[in-house]
Design a protein around this ligand. Structure first.
Ligand SMILES: Nc1ncnc2c1ncn2[C@@H]1O[C@H](COP(=O)(O)OP(=O)(O)OP(=O)(O)O)[C@@H](O)[C@H]1O
Length: 260
């Protein structure tokens, strides 16, 4: 069991180069259980590169990502075997994509999308799996009578909520989110944000969320990292960073939002 004073995740000196081009450079931070970290910055600043490198989706050029696993204690995720890393990614970790289609299987039912992740961790009891799927549809505010429908018959907001249910059914402790409300109508975004905030709080999830939307960052994150040209130029408590930005770039980012 992880004690709350121990970090769940430790990222040290993470650098990702694409040839000569910097994706992200020298990023270090720790994340505790239940903590929500927002990564903000303009397009091309390295947010997605950093997220992918932390989430074991793209091996960095340099640096380490250590995670406090339930079974083996602290492990460097890039030193794990492929099988161990895959297991981690579909049990204790989750990844919510901006485009729900990237995180769902569109040719199987909503219920199967949720159940599949449970089966991947060894659950074989059909009744239990169906109950869990129904339960999770309810939690993400989708009518349970839609259990056997294909995700392609869902609205964009419903697909995103289904993706969240599929991700959370295995009770992960760390969730990566890449612009989870991007591409949705403003009213749909607000409802989704509300739902996410409730789930993150109720399930005590640690989250790393990439967003270019400072309002989303403010609502969900405890702490913020501001990126520019692949580097973290400012970090701190969300309210501190947004209300009293120290770096000129952060000041510009905050004031440009306020003017809109
Ligand atoms: N697969 C790739 N190959 C080469 N260069 C890449 C690749 N992915 C990203 N980059 C470069 O790395 C830098 C950071 O890009 P990244 O996509 O991480 O930024 P971002 O902040 O997530 O941007 P956005 O908000 O537009 O998604 C950019 O200069 C980009 O051109």
């Amino acid at each position: 069991m992880t004690h709350s004073h121990e970090p769940l995740l430790r990222v040290s000196d993470l650098t990702m180069m694409y040839g000569d081009r910097v994706g992200c450079r020298n990023v270090s931070f720790e994340l505790r259980p239940g903590e929500v970290l927002g990564i903000v910055g303009e397009s091309g600043s390295g947010k997605s590169t950093l997220l992918r490198s932390i989430a074991a989706r793209q091996e960095p050029t340099k640096g380490t990502v250590e995670y406090h696993t339930r079974i083996d204690g602290i492990r460097d995720v890039y030193q794990m075997s492929e099988a161990q890393r895959r297991l981690l990614m579909r049990t204790d970790w989750a990844f919510v994509h901006q485009n729900a289609r990237d995180g769902l299987r569109m040719n199987v039912s909503a219920g199967a999308n949720i159940g599949e992740r449970l089966m991947a961790v060894g659950d074989r009891h059909y009744g239990n799996i169906r109950n869990a799927a129904e339960n999770w549809l309810g939690k993400v505010e989708i009518a349970t009578e839609r259990l056997d429908d294909l995700p392609s018959t869902f609205s964009g907001g419903m697909q995103q909520r289904l993706q969240i249910a599929r991700n959370l059914v295995t009770s992960p402790r760390l969730v990566f989110m890449d612009e989870p409300t991007g591409g949705l109508d403003v009213s749909v975004q607000a409802r989704l944000l509300d739902l996410l905030r409730g789930l993150v709080h109720d399930l005590n999830l640690a989250v790393i969320i990439v967003t270019h939307d400072l309002a989303v960052a403010r609502l969900l994150s405890h702490r913020l990292m501001v990126m520019q040209n692949g580097q973290v130029i400012e970090s701190g408590l969300t309210d501190q960073v947004l209300d009293d930005p120290q770096h000129a770039y952060t000041q510009l980012l905050v004031s440009s939002i306020l003017q809109n």
